[in-house]
Write a protein that binds this ligand. Structure first.
Ligand SMILES: C=C(C[SeH])C(=O)N1CCC[C@H]1C(=O)O
Ligand SMILES: [Zn+2]
Length: 597
């Protein structure tokens, strides 16, 4: 119905969305300028823009709350009014808002500029996280050297940030209360538009824990074989420094220590890339071509001209990969310090997934230019990467020569996917279970460091390589904790991406239930216009509809459901259960002894 009030409401939101789009444009431009040139002047300029826009966002929210838009007969008006009345930090008074932005950007600047001293030449302290420290964590097989870099990073990127983090907790709590939330955690949960979200999350984690315990047990057994019983106890927590990643969230960098069938090695894709003269540009062109092969949007010229795809020589940047939407003229960019290897081949596709989402929903009003579920935005690129990293696709692009894996190579390939996708789950779960407990005051400030490691041990059976106490403060050593980035979006994405993958593979004729020639782990949707059309329908809605409605149209489901993930990995799960019982591998772990008991 088009009553006068509905027509007036639509006019109001049209005008407000255009103002909001302009605010987003200048906000992300100032953020990008700072992230690609970390100077005090750029930090100040960014915060000034954020503060000005926060005032305007707050005023709009107040106007909406004073109106009857939330009760409009038009459900689109109601949805827009509800979205725009959700305030975060913008609810704070100007002084508190500035203090909060100062705390967050100070932690980010520290993360972006921290360097550590070399293990072999301790007077050289120029070693940055990417590429220097990461190279050591990937390639050193000396537990003492690995522990050195672990401790250097956490001592310099974490501990000095304790006061800023405490200020961040205080002010986000104040903002949440101003918006009538019980805590900042509850402000974050509302973006999932699902009262049942936390229960579902716990249930999904419990459902996947038995599979994770099999992987953890097998990896621990193999690490003990390599490093000996003094470094790796038979039934202990795994020292994070042995796992090839600063936070232990993906173990693929050290897969050579525990691949199930070492006699069936992977083609070393990184070496093959170097042999073929791959460049960073080539990695992005391959990603761009994949999306175009689906009939989706090509990267616009501004992407290639204005992105920062490698670490600049002449200035400090925030190297942690991110994709940016400037909310006009298809201006979308990526900022990352890319290297030519398989890890960054994955990250390139992850970020291009964000970019494609931006391009697909750009016709939506500003309020709807986002994902209806935070997990969706983090899943898009990963779904494409599931096809790209398949043996079938690596053969198509000439990086390997055997497209069909024999049974042992298939187990190796599934294992490599599992030590990225499955081992991520306890990590992602712990990061925000920890922050929820801090935000909800369920964890005493005097326990903020030990509580973090207690959760990492309880959920994932991993621990620091050295003892930690409350004199240390380790959480800000992870980018998302410095940058106020909610993290369960990645946990959700790790489940959703297999639901999306299964739907797209079926549409591409690459998957049939019970057909051993068309399984999920060797599906490649490359060139499938049918898959592309389904993705276009899904992505172009932005957050204009509830995520359950959009998901149902896409995959036929209305819930986050690990069934597709378990189907993808089933051959590996069965193999691990047999192999672990054959070897007598102990499963499970007790409390870590690296924190005071
Ligand atoms: C690549 C990005 C930018 Se949105 C990222 O932060 N990811 C991607 C996977 C998990 C998470 C991380 O690195 O912790
Ligand atoms: Zn992402």
């Amino acid at each position: 119905s088009c009553s006068a009030s509905v027509l007036e409401s639509r006019r109001f939101f049209e005008l407000e969305n255009e103002q909001l789009r302009k605010r987003y444009h200048e906000e992300f431009l100032s953020g990008y300028t700072y992230n690609t040139n970390v100077t005090e002047a750029n930090r100040q300029a960014m915060i000034e823009v954020y503060a000005r826009n926060a005032e305007l966002n707050k005023r709009l929210a107040q106007r909406i709350k004073a109106s009857d838009y939330m009760e409009s007969e038009d459900d689109n008006i109601r949805r827009q009014a509800t979205h725009l009345s959700k305030l975060g930090a913008s609810a704070l008074n100007p002084d508190d808002f500035l203090a909060l932005q100062n705390a967050i950007s100070s932690m980010q600047s520290n993360y972006a500029t921290t360097t550590v001293c070399s293990y072999t030449n301790q007077s050289d302290c120029s070693c940055a996280l990417e590429p220097c420290i990461q190279e050591r964590l990937s390639n050193s097989r000396d537990p003492a050297e690995l522990a050195w870099y672990w401790r250097e990073w956490y001592d310099k990127a974490g501990t000095p940030m304790r006061d800023h983090f405490a200020e961040y907790v205080r002010l986000t709590r104040k903002a949440a209360h101003l918006n009538d939330h019980r805590s900042y955690a509850d402000y974050w949960v509302q973006f999932y538009e699902d009262a049942d979200f936390e229960r579902q999350l716990d249930a999904t984690f419990k459902q996947l824990l038995p599979f994770y315990r099999q992987i953890h047990g097998y990896v621990r057994y193999r690490l003990r074989q390599h490093y000996g019983p003094d470094v790796m106890k038979a039934d202990g927590n795994i020292p994070i420094s042995l796992l090839g990643n600063m936070w232990g969230q993906s173990w693929t960098e050290v897969i050579d220590l525990f691949t199930p069938f070492p006699e069936k090695p992977f083609v070393d894709v990184k070496a093959e890339m170097e042999r073929q003269g791959y460049t960073v540009q080539k990695l992005f062109e391959l990603g761009d071509q994949f999306f175009q092969s689906l009939g989706l949007r090509a990267l616009p010229p501004t992407f290639w001209n204005l992105s920062v795809l490698t670490r600049p020589e002449d200035r400090q940047v925030v190297c942690h990969a991110s994709a940016w939407d400037f909310y006009q003229d298809s201006d979308v960019r990526i900022k990352m310090c890319t290297e030519v290897d398989t890890h960054y081949f994955y990250v390139v596709h992850h970020e291009l997934g964000h970019i494609q989402y931006y391009l697909q929903y750009e016709q939506q009003p500003a309020v709807y230019r986002g994902a209806p579920n935070p997990g969706f935005h983090e899943a898009v690129g990963d779904v494409i990467a599931l096809s790209v990293m398949s043996a079938k696709h690596l053969k198509t692009i000439g990086l390997i020569d055997n497209a069909k894996l024999d049974e042992k190579s298939r187990i190796n390939q599934l294992f490599k996917q599992a030590i990225s996708k499955i081992v991520f789950l306890p990590f992602g779960y712990a990061v925000d279970k920890y922050r929820y407990a801090v935000f909800r005051n369920e964890l005493e400030e005097s326990q903020w460091n030990c509580g973090f490691w207690q959760m990492r041990s309880e959920f994932g059976g991993v621990e620091p390589p050295v003892s930690r106490t409350e004199k240390d403060f380790d959480p800000p050593a992870k980018y998302h904790i410095d940058a106020d980035v909610e993290y369960l979006r990645y946990f959700a994405a790790h489940i959703f991406q297999f639901q999306f993958h299964k739907a797209l593979c079926r549409l591409a004729g690459q998957y049939e239930p019970q057909n051993s020639q068309l399984t999920l782990d060797n599906c490649d949707i490359y060139n499938s216009k049918a898959a592309g059309r389904a993705l276009h329908e899904f992505l172009s809605k932005g957050s204009s509809r509830h995520w359950k409605e959009v998901l149902q149209e896409f995959t036929g489901e209305t819930e986050m459901d690990a069934a597709a993930l378990l189907e993808y990995f089933d051959p590996l799960y069965q193999w691990l259960k047999q192999e672990n019982s054959r070897l007598g591998v102990p499963l499970g772990w007790g409390p870590t002894d690296k924190i005071p008991s």
